[in-house]
Write a protein that binds this ligand. Structure first.
Ligand SMILES: [Zn+2]
Length: 205
């Protein structure tokens, strides 16, 4: 994905699209919303203040995210995906409610942002991918305690970094260029820098 294009332009057709950054689906439960509802959910998510903020920042960084770059599809084991040069896919068959669509869009927009502003972003590089997953899981609120509680993962306050690490690891492990060990090592290596890198937010929302 991103690496091959090299320019980080989110709207430039890629030469290769092998590696993808994704948001993981941690559990599969029946009751997913119909595609039509999913599409109107994507339109609604475009009005979410954080989504608007991120799209504005992408515009300013020179990588506008047109609604056409956001697609509704069916996927396995992921709720969303960002592919450099192609855009964002929302996996409707993994979505159960509007909040999930908002989350997927925010998460994937952070990958798109990283792809846009990081010089020589290489999605095949486990460290680069790990950094973007840490940021996407941290800054999107994927690990907000209410969402964790819904999934039965809540332990105590302060679980947030653990959740970010767990989810980032699942995503980096799904990168064909990163073995389980490489994914784990990459996350540890970049953790401090990337967890504390809250761009384009002033601080973690
Ligand atoms: Zn991701």
């Amino acid at each position: 994905m991103a690496s091959a294009t090299g320019d980080g332009g989110g709207s430039v057709p890629p030469q290769t699209t092998k590696v993808e950054a994704c948001a993981v689906t941690e559990e599969a439960t029946p009751g997913f919303i119909p595609v039509k509802e999913c599409l109107s959910g994507i339109r609604a998510a475009l009005k979410h203040p954080t989504v608007r903020f991120l799209r504005e920042k992408m515009d300013q960084a020179g990588c506008p995210v047109w609604p056409l770059l956001i697609q509704a599809v069916n996927c396995n084991h992921a709720s969303g995906r960002y592919t450099s040069g192609r855009g964002i896919t929302v996996c409707c068959n993994q979505i159960r409610y509007q909040d999930m669509i908002d989350q997927v869009l925010i998460h994937e927009l952070i990958h798109a942002y990283d792809d846009c502003v990081t010089k020589n972003m290489d999605w095949k590089n486990c460290g680069h991918h790990a950094c973007s997953e840490i940021r996407a899981n941290h800054l999107s609120g994927d690990c907000h305690y209410k969402r964790e509680m819904l999934k039965g993962f809540l332990k105590i306050r302060g679980h947030e970094p653990e959740c970010v690490k767990r989810r980032a690891l699942l995503s980096v492990k799904s990168n064909p260029n990163c073995s389980d060990t490489a994914a784990k090592d990459a996350i540890e290596a970049v953790w401090d820098i990337c967890y504390n890198d809250t761009r384009p937010f002033d601080r973690a929302p």
